[in-house]
Every structure is written in C-alpha cells, then in structure tokens.
Design a protein around this ligand. Structure first.
Ligand SMILES: N[C@H](CCC[C@H](N)C(=O)O)C(=O)O
Length: 288
C-alpha cells in the first residue's frame, strides 16, 4: 500500500473527526522532528497559512510505537502548544490513516495515556475503545476530595441554577459536564473559559454543555481546554454520556449530536469501557 502518510517532515495532512480539526505530521522517519509551542500555535491559529480560516484544534505528531502492541504513537498538542494525553477524535483519524496504510480493519494507537484499539465501521467511520472512565476526584484531577457524579463548582458572579451540579469525568483528560436546557441562556463561549480555569481543576478542564433530548440522545457543545469551542470533542462526548448516566439522565448507548456532526457513545456494562464511534475526513495536505 503506498503510504498516505510519509511526507517530508514539513508536509502534513489536514483531517477532521466530526469537524474536530487536526494538522497531522508524520515523524516516523524523522525521529528528531519536534515543534515548539510557538510553532504549534502558529500552525493551528485560525487564519494561519498552514490551516486556513478554520485553523486546527489540535496538532498531531505521529511517531514509531513505544509498545510492541501498538501500530503507531500519537503525540497530541492543543492549539496553544500544550501536550495532552487523550484526544478521541484524533485517535479515530490516526487509526483510519493506519488502516488505509496497512489494509487492515483494525489498528492500535498509543498515546501517553493508553493503548487504544480501533476498528473500521465503514469506509470513513471508525470506532475506538477509549478504555474505562476515571471517576475518582484525584483522577480527574480535582483540587480536593469530593464525589464526582455531582461536583460543587462555585462560579461566583455567574452562579445560576442553569450551571449547577455538573459531573466530572476523566477519559485520560479532565472533563466537567453541565446539563443545560438551552445554549442561548448558558452561552458556552462565556461560561467555558470561566470554568476551564476554575481553581477546582489544578490541570484546568474541558467544559461540556449537554442538553438531554432523550435517554439515547444528547446535544453537546464543548469548550475545550486550550482550544476553545470546537465542532466536536470525542473525549467530551464520552464524558457527557458517562456523567449523564451516572446522574440517571441517559442510557449507556447514546447518540451525541455536536456542531460538526454525530458521534455515538457506548459505555459498555460488561467491561466498563467507553466506545467512541463516528466519521473521519481527510481534507487534504499542507506544507510549511
Ligand atoms: N482539549 C483536550 C484535548 C483534545 C480533546 C478532543 N479534541 C477530543 O476529541 O477528545 C484537552 O486539553 O484535554
């Protein structure tokens, strides 16, 4: 199979998972390839020469696997350059690239947090096993011990009943999920950054706003840590279903509609793993 991937290390692919947009650099043959936070920021910024008006939510660097069980290692950098340990939609996109390269219908992607097994569910759709949700306060992490199915986030001046009793979940990255009636009242772009940097979250947090449209239907918007409002957030969709089910607001098998499309989450009762499924798209190539 001709490699879709290997290009000069200053070339890259532009991909998205349900609209969550990525710049993907293949450094498997350029082992000394590294990008500073400033370089990542410049590449990802909306309007950049590299990524155009939409910019990129995250930048991915593909490297040789560090585990014999993995096909590839994925380094994940947020729009501002920070390195993070989990990105569900990126995992699905990279798994698709590996499957296109190998001709297999399965692939294992390694991140700092985990080995993630993915399977092809269609020509342009991939399911990934995101593993078990981490639900102890210290795993989110939170600043102090508390139950995580309802978290007491005092928001001060914007305290209002609409933003009460969120749930906290880690999928290898921190999430807090609020349950809202409508997005006009809540204004995620205003509330998001206030919660992202709330002192309760020593590593900051991704902030989900979930409207429960039924036991199997959630409409979700996510203010992502270090990236802002994105078209989709894979770990955010996982966290929303886990938090909703824990508060008895939704089932374990849920369709999650996001601005950029539809994701499907199944929090499996048999092994407590969360399966994230959805579309992938290869938009094109870029070069620096
Ligand atoms: N902003 C997230 C990383 C990307 C998560 C999201 N793009 C996904 O698909 O899971 C964080 O700082 O934890």
């Amino acid at each position: 199979m001709p490699s879709l991937l290997y290009m000069g290390s200053m070339d890259f692919l532009i991909m998205n998972g349900a609209g969550n947009r990525f710049a993907v650099f293949d450094a498997r043959k350029a082992l000394d390839f590294a990008l500073s936070d400033e370089q990542v920021k410049a590449i990802c910024a909306p309007g950049s020469a590299a990524m155009g008006p939409l910019g990129a939510d995250q930048l991915l660097v593909l490297r040789p696997p560090k585990s014999p069980e993995a096909d590839i290692f994925m380094e994940i950098r947020n729009q501002s350059g920070s390195e993070v340990d989990a990105c569900g939609n990126a995992t699905r996109c990279v798994a698709w690239l590996v499957m296109e390269e190998t001709g297999e219908a399965a692939a294992t992607v390694q991140t700092n947090a985990a080995l993630l097994a993915a399977t092809r569910t269609g020509p342009l759709s991939i399911a990934v096993d995101m593993g078990e949700p981490r639900l102890d306060w210290s795993q989110i992490p939170l600043k102090e011990p508390m139950h995580t199915h309802h978290v007491d986030v005092k928001l001060g001046p914007i305290d209002n009943p609409v933003l009460s009793n969120p749930g906290a979940v880690s999928m290898g990255n921190p999430h807090v999920v609020f349950f809202v009636e409508d997005f006009e009242t809540v204004k995620p772009h205003l509330a998001g950054p206030m919660v992202e940097f709330h002192p309760l979250f020593p590593e900051q947090t991704n902030v989900g706003f979930a409207r429960i449209d039924g036991p199997k239907n959630i409409r979700l918007k996510v203010w992502e840590r270090d990236a802002g409002l994105t078209q989709a957030c894979g770990t955010g969709a996982c966290a929303a279903v886990v938090a909703a089910h824990r508060q008895k607001r939704a089932d374990r098998d849920v369709q999650v509609d996001v601005d950029g499309g539809t994701l499907h989450i199944h929090w499996r009762e048999s092994d407590n793993h969360v399966i994230l499924s959805g579309p992938v798209e290869l938009e094109g190539r870029g070069t620096l």
